[in-house]
Design a protein around this ligand. Structure first.
Ligand SMILES: NC(=O)c1ccc[n+]([C@@H]2O[C@H](COP(=O)([O-])OP(=O)(O)OC[C@H]3O[C@@H](n4cnc5c(N)ncnc54)[C@H](OP(=O)(O)O)[C@@H]3O)[C@@H](O)[C@H]2O)c1
Length: 502
């Protein structure tokens, strides 16, 4: 089926726990509406939103309509008959997840809607709530018989999946008591991004790139997830998380696995998962000493003009906070094709520019036949850059003749950037992931083995850092992080390819 073509409409009941929350409002309702507009959801679907607030169905419809409007849809579409029809499929059930009796009311409503909309027992439980509730909800869904035996039952959960390997295991055990691994869809919204999903196409859909993607040709890999904003209103959560848990354990390691996995036999969920798990198991788990040598943490101070607050003076943060807003690290892989190729990763808040990008830096030429003096022996390395967001595209740095009378050689960029019109057509990550969950396609969801291995990789860094006080703040807002992040590459005689100035 070609992209953009409407697939057969799906019948399912969504039960959204946390139906009054931010995620539901900003992401889930607009995504469901887009699926409805495209005909992927038609008449045979219903949504039960649950949370403690005593909302009526009418009020819930208004909230859903507002969520669609705030998502930037043109007003005529938002107020259209279609939008009203869409909202009429939503039902609200006031519910405290800790109260067993409330699940009985929920089951009765679910069964009623199943019959009314011909939903064939298909249920998707979306836990848009704090993870501490996941075990309680999953247990009650089973004990109170919301899980049907005549349709599919799928559980979608959000990060953070634990604080370390042990808490992740506890959480996994709790939900696994009610749902099998095949029924669990762990969201890492980076996996829903078009440009991340394109990594496999780039690597395995091009002979020229695929044949160069190995230790004989690649010198190093660099991954940057840079944000220009500070912690904003998320200080409460951030103070318990930090950049290592918030970005490295999930998004960055997922990207690492896609970049370093061996070629899958076919592009299927199980093949891809096996290769990704293998890729993560090939990442070296450091000793505490190695973790200190290979990982750098940072926390932002004021900007150069003293106009922006340092992290410790943001609302909701601790004035002596030891939480890192920046991480840079060097990972080592033992994968057969990339062993010895360093993978430098970096993420942070209040950096010079917002950008997620990946650079594949190729090795120096073995011999430069154009060199005509001692100082002219080195040509620029070829670099393939993948722009993930906000820009989406590719850049390939190559060397060409400079155009002068003498045979000078100079670097140029071959650039492809997706136009605004093309980007607008790409479905948003949540829309894609909900679509995949409806389809039963787990390709772009994290498997437990991936999550567990990612925790093993970062736990040692976290535990080592937690034993030592950091010298924070240690970078100026609007720069690319602390000096130690530059030194991490300099000591290997390398530099960050992406080096913007604000
Ligand atoms: N927001 C995002 O953009 C985002 C992005 C990535 C991941 N996440 C993750 O998604 C989850 C939800 O985040 P959020 O930002 O939507 O949180 P939120 O706005 O705080 O929403 C939490 C929801 O839980 C409900 N709730 C709390 N206690 C309850 C209880 N005892 N029984 C029933 N309902 C209860 C709240 O409603 P009542 O107060 O009405 O009960 C509310 O609907 C979290 O795990 C978060 O880490 C969020």
């Amino acid at each position: 089926m070609k992209e953009g073509q409407t697939k057969m409409a799906q019948s399912a009941l969504f039960i959204i726990f946390g139906g009054t929350g931010d995620l539901a409002y900003r992401k889930l309702y607009p995504s469901l509406f887009r699926l409805y507009e495209k005909g992927y959801l038609k008449d045979d679907f219903a949504v039960i939103g649950t949370a403690r607030r005593p909302w009526t169905d009418e009020h819930y419809h208004e909230v859903v309509m507002n969520a669609i409007a705030d998502d930037g849809h043109e007003s005529d579409r938002t107020n259209s008959e279609l939008a009203h029809k869409f909202a009429s499929h939503f039902y609200y059930q006031s519910h405290n997840v800790n109260d067993t009796e409330h699940y009985v009311a929920l089951r009765n409503l679910a069964d009623k809607l199943d019959a009314k909309y011909n939903l064939k027992g298909n249920r998707i439980y979306y836990l848009a709530m704090a993870p501490r509730f996941f075990g309680t909800i999953a247990g009650h869904l089973k004990s109170e018989k919301l899980i049907t035996d005549h349709g599919y039952n799928r559980l979608i959960i959000e990060k953070p999946f634990g604080r370390d390997l042990q808490t992740a295991k506890d959480l996994n055990d709790a939900i696994s008591a009610a749902f099998s691994e095949e029924q669990i869809y762990r969201i890492d919204h980076y996996l829903g991004k078009e440009a991340i999903q394109s990594i496999a196409a780039l690597r395995f859909g091009n002979e020229v790139i695929g044949s160069l993607w190995n230790k004989a040709h690649i010198d190093n890999i660099q991954i940057t997830l840079a944000e220009s904003l500070g912690v904003e209103e998320r200080a409460g959560y951030y103070e318990t998380a930090g950049a290592l848990r918030d970005m490295v354990q999930n998004h960055i390691l997922q990207i690492v696995s896609l970049l370093t996995m061996e070629e899958p036999k076919a592009y299927t969920a199980s093949e891809l998962r096996d290769r990704k798990v293998e890729a993560l198991r090939n990442i070296k788990i450091y000793s505490p000493e190695e973790a200190l040598q290979n990982f750098v943490r940072g926390q932002y101070g004021e900007d150069a003009d003293h106009e922006q607050l340092d992290y410790r003076h943001e609302e909701g943060t601790d004035e002596n906070s030891q939480i890192e807003t920046f991480v840079a690290g060097k990972l080592e892989t033992e994968s057969p094709s990339l062993a010895g190729v360093p993978i430098y990763v970096r993420t942070g808040k209040r950096l010079a520019q917002k950008s997620t990008q990946i650079s594949i830096v190729f090795k120096d030429l073995k011999q430069n036949i154009f060199a005509n003096s001692e100082s002219d022996t080195k040509l620029a390395q070829n670099v393939l850059t993948l722009f993930i967001e906000p820009d989406q595209g590719y850049r390939f740095d190559i060397n060409v003749k400079s155009g002068e009378q003498s045979y000078g050689v100079m670097p140029i960029h071959l650039d492809y950037h997706k136009s605004a019109a093309k980007k607008a057509k790409v479905p948003e990550a949540y829309e894609k992931l909900i679509h995949d969950a409806l389809d039963g396609n787990r390709t772009n969801f994290a498997h437990w083995h991936e999550v567990a291995q990612a925790w093993r990789i970062v736990d040692v860094v976290r535990k080592t850092w937690d034993k030592q006080d950091a010298d924070f703040p240690n970078y100026v807002s609007g720069t690319m992080g602390p000096e130690a992040a530059e030194e991490l590459l300099r000591r290997d005689h390398r530099t960050w390819v992406y080096n913007p100035k604000r």
